[in-house]
Design a protein. Structure first.
Length: 142
């Protein structure tokens, strides 16, 4: 699936792969942050693992509940140890419509944890907040 999404961190583009086994759904997603990678010239990858349950499945419509955990890394290049890590723990719903070519929508909410080096105290800091993501995608189902 080719995806585009938005969350608290950036706009993301990339791809994902999902496998359906009976009612269970398992997948992975690899995206990059558009603003930070292309505008700010700082590579910003994001890797997510997805697990879910199929609530409704017909020939043309599918509704799933999903849990997603995502990991992001960004080097701010201000000091040698200024790496920022983000961990996201999200739950939500995804909907797809279409037969072999599917249009996908998903919305997630949950917890976002940020880990970074504080430039004033020179200590690692963990901060947590509410996380969210809205996703739109196009996929081919075989």
């Amino acid at each position: 699936m080719v995806t585009g999404s938005i969350n608290r961190l950036d706009y993301f583009i990339g791809g994902s792969f999902r496998l359906k086994n009976n009612q269970w759904i398992f997948g992975t997603e690899l995206t990059i942050g558009v603003n930070r990678t292309f505008v700010q010239q700082r590579f910003f990858p994001r890797l997510a693992l997805i697990g879910g349950w199929n609530l409704f499945d017909s020939k043309n419509n599918r509704l799933n509940t999903e849990l997603k955990t995502a990991f992001s890394l960004l080097n701010l290049k201000t000091t040698s140890n200024n790496l920022h890590f983000w961990q996201e723990y999200l739950g939500g719903l995804s909907y797809s419509v279409g037969e072999s070519v599917r249009f996908n929508l998903a919305i997630y909410a949950g917890w976002l944890n940020e880990n970074f080096n504080d430039t004033f105290t020179q200590k690692r800091v963990n901060k947590g907040t509410i996380g969210y993501e809205a996703l739109i995608g196009l996929s081919y189902a075989w």
